[in-house]
Write a protein that binds this ligand. Structure first.
Ligand code: ZN
Length: 225
């Protein structure tokens, strides 16, 4: 089967940027390398992707805004367009919303953007998304460790105070997910993240004012399934 192309349209919202829509489109389209042909088809069936490039305030360099006018809509900061992890993370959000053919876990619909989500739901959703991102990308970037930066230091029980840095936690998770091969897992990432989630450092993530870690909250909401 010929590899399908992800349909992307791009708009540059900020006149000060010298970027052309074609450049933005090309940069975003690279995310398709980390998706399987069936996943690309799923996104295309919804109408593909529409990105608006503009300066994004705060630390989130990109935002998925759900399906509008039949397309998956994103706002992306120009600096994030060439960041494989940021773009892959956002593509995973789109799959969570549309891939209902049994490829993805039921929890996706519980954590859908269309629902009112609690702060602990959000923590779990982001932790699952980031884990899947780390399993899918060609290379992980250890100089940028979003989500891991917010995990309380993980110290071992030896009493020597050996604490893991965000870099170490991220690297360990990539190792756990890829079984030490450091090879991207593609579509298999979905199942593997759910198999191994409780063992990952990212499972300790919680939102600033949240009450539960992603791991605790996942246990709670999968129990009543
Ligand atoms: Zn996210």
């Amino acid at each position: 089967m010929k590899r399908p192309k992800l349909h992307v349209t791009a708009k540059i919202r900020d006149r000060r940027l010298s970027m052309r829509p074609a450049d933005a489109k090309k940069a975003f389209s690279k995310v398709a390398d980390n998706l399987s042909p069936s996943e690309i088809n799923t996104l295309n069936k919804t109408g593909g992707v529409r990105i608006v490039v503009k300066k994004v305030k705060g630390e989130n360099a990109a935002r998925y805004n759900g399906i509008k006018k039949g397309k998956h809509c994103y706002v992306v900061d120009p600096a994030a367009l060439n960041d494989e992890e940021v773009i892959t993370h956002e593509a995973v959000h789109a799959l969570q919303e549309t891939d209902r053919k049994g490829n993805r876990p039921k929890i996706d619909s519980k954590l859908s953007i269309k629902r009112p989500l609690s702060i602990d739901d959000l923590a779990l959703k982001e932790a699952l998304t980031e884990a899947e991102t780390i399993a899918r990308v060609k290379h992980i970037n250890l100089n940028n460790t979003p989500y891991y930066d917010d995990i309380k230091e993980q110290c071992d029980t030896s009493g020597k105070g050996n604490c893991k840095t965000p870099r170490t936690m991220k690297k360990e998770d990539r190792n756990t997910l890829t079984n030490g091969t450091d090879r991207p897992l593609g579509k298999r990432s979905v199942a593997i993240v759910h198999q191994k989630f409780d063992r990952l450092n990212i499972a300790q993530y919680r939102e600033k004012d949240g009450r539960k870690t992603a791991k605790q909250h996942r246990m709670k909401i999968t129990k009543v399934e």
